[in-house]
Design a protein around this ligand. Structure first.
Ligand code: XMP
Length: 514
């Protein structure tokens, strides 16, 4: 697409994606590319600026990752952050030494007002977040230091003639409160970006692109009711209307009333062509007697593909398969030694549908981060309930009934989960947590109800806070709310006489029970 572009070369920092997102938040398009991307391909892309990310390596060690030296001859502004700054120091003729003391944590940045292009508009001092071992001892020719911290004389450096800039700290993290202003100064004042990346613009361009690509052919999309597939459906529908058919598979592992909600929204409200396949019986018969979590997942995944494939065939000639793939799933990165972030890859992407379907892929959200997908969905008229709903795993309640999955257990779980959702919403806590859900446990315990002893099922409540699901902590929910949830489940859901609260963090526990 035709918009101004900033490239972030990735040297393996855990914050690389955060840098790219901050740039987008300034309405400038950003892309993350491997650190060794050639200068000629950057030139061909017409980049307005290059950012060298931080990274775990030391520029002093042999074999540490280096960019193509020609990036410094493109005439494009370059900003080095942390490791990126040391790289510039080293590669442009300065001197980098390993610091006796690793500077980690909060620092105080001092500078004289209006003496720096990066720090324009900011008052000294500013709080900044540091995390680095090496430091620059002598600047390359042409550079001058414009900001210092307690531990570094070269915390912010500039060569305004060649348009090279660097900073020792991380402007992209929240612990550098004015970091966004520094990034914006680089983008707007130094790279000359005008801020042409907005979701309203994106819709127009994406609609044109989808139309050009699809022509008069048909598109199918597997709708789950989740944020990504819902937004992809709304966008493609805007572009090609009835050429799109959404396929919704009711696998019997959905939450209470979920199929009806999805049908109401897409069929009745958006007037989309939608095919619902009711395959509860098939899924439950294949799952019958299976207790191993990995086996359950495999069966659910395989059955989904079979059912979906059959539904597609019944639609007739289809050329495109649409998917709600997001940018974080497609970022190409080169593994960097010692970089934990490169190991943590989402293990949940099922890998899409079979190649044998021979469909061309249509992935209109491939360039977007999750927060942009939500902004796009809002522009397209999707509600907060859809755009901010909690994540729901592909295998659905299949990973929330521990042990044998039966219709009866699923029904009990659905009712308990519905009570939990109602109370999370009415207490105003739903949007404060990452996820809240109920889990069915395959144990029966004794209780008393009225004068009778009961021997019934246990429901566990899992309510967690998290940023990205990689780590999570159990949420602090007021006792009164928990009490109401527990009372209501035990009184209203037949077959449950005990409710427990899961107070484990991830790691070592996971969010789902499986
Ligand atoms: P765990 O249980 O690994 O879950 O801590 C992390 C996050 O991923 C969600 N999850 C899934 N999402 N397909 C998905 O799309 C899946 O198979 C799947 N399994 C777990 C889980 O709900 C949590 O948000």
């Amino acid at each position: 697409m035709n918009h101004q572009k900033i490239v972030v070369l990735d040297f393996g920092s855990q914050y690389t994606q955060v840098i790219a997102r901050r740039i987008r938040e300034c309405s400038v398009y950003s892309e993350i590319l491997p650190f060794d991307t050639s200068a000629s391909s950057l030139k061909k892309m017409g980049v307005c600026g290059i950012i060298l990310s931080g990274g775990p390596a030391s520029v002093l060690s042999k074999g540490s990752p280096r960019p193509d030296p020609k990036i410094f001859t493109l005439g494009v502004p370059v900003l080095g952050i942390c490791y990126g700054l040391q790289l510039m120091g080293k590669m442009l003729g300065g001197k980098v030494v390993s610091s006796a003391r690793r500077e980690y944590g909060l620092g105080k940045l001092s500078f004289s007002k209006n003496s720096s292009r990066l720090l324009a508009g900011l008052d000294s001092p500013q709080q900044v977040w540091n995390s680095h071992g090496d430091k620059i001892e002598k600047l390359p020719d042409g550079f001058k230091a414009v900001g210092t911290t307690e531990n570094s004389d070269f915390a912010v450096v500039e060569d305004t003639k060649r348009n090279f800039y660097g900073m020792q700290f991380h402007p992209e993290v929240v612990h550098t409160p004015r970091g966004m202003d520094i990034i914006r100064n680089f983008l707007r004042n130094i790279c000359g970006c005008t801020g042409d990346w907005t979701m309203a613009n994106y819709i127009d361009r994406a609609v044109e692109e989808i139309r050009a690509k699809v022509g008069d052919k048909k598109v199918i999309l597997g709708l789950s009711g989740g944020v990504d597939s819902s937004v992809a459906a709304a966008l493609i529908h805007k572009a090609v209307g009835d050429q799109l058919t959404c396929v919704f598979v009711d696998n019997g592992l959905l939450r209470k009333d979920e199929r009806v909600h999805v049908e109401n929204l897409f069929k009745n409200n958006f007037k989309m062509r939608m095919k619902t396949v009711r395959a509860e019986k098939l899924f439950l018969s294949k799952l019958s007697g299976v207790t191993n979590p990995e086996r359950k997942r495999k069966i659910i995944g395989k059955t989904f593909i079979e059912v979906f494939d059959k539904a597609v065939k019944s639609i007739g000639q289809v050329d495109f398969l649409a998917q709600g793939t997001l940018y974080p799933d497609v970022i190409e990165s080169v593994p960097i030694k010692g970089n934990p972030a490169s190991l943590i890859k989402s293990h949940h992407n099922v890998g899409g549908l079979p190649k044998k379907m021979k469909l061309k892929l249509l992935e209109p959200l491939r360039e977007l981060f999750k927060d942009e997908v939500r902004a796009l969905g809002k522009e397209l008229g999707l509600s907060k309930e859809v755009l901010w709903r909690h994540p729901f795993p592909g295998p659905g309640l299949g990973v929330r009934v521990v042990g044998d999955i039966t219709k009866k257990r699923l029904d009990i779980l659905r009712e308990a989960d519905a009570v939990l959702m109602e109370e999370m919403r009415s207490s105003g806590l739903y949007y404060n947590v990452w996820q809240a859900f109920a889990v069915f446990l395959p144990v029966k315990t004794v209780g008393v109800m009225g004068d009778e002893r009961t021997y019934d099922n246990v429901i566990a409540l899992r309510i967690v806070e998290s940023q990205d699901a990689m780590t999570a902590d159990w949420a602090n929910i007021p006792h009164a709310v928990l009490a109401k949830i527990s009372n209501r489940i035990i009184n209203e859901v037949k077959g449950v006489n005990r409710v427990c609260l899961d107070i484990s963090s991830k790691p070592p526990a996971t969010i789902e029970w499986e």
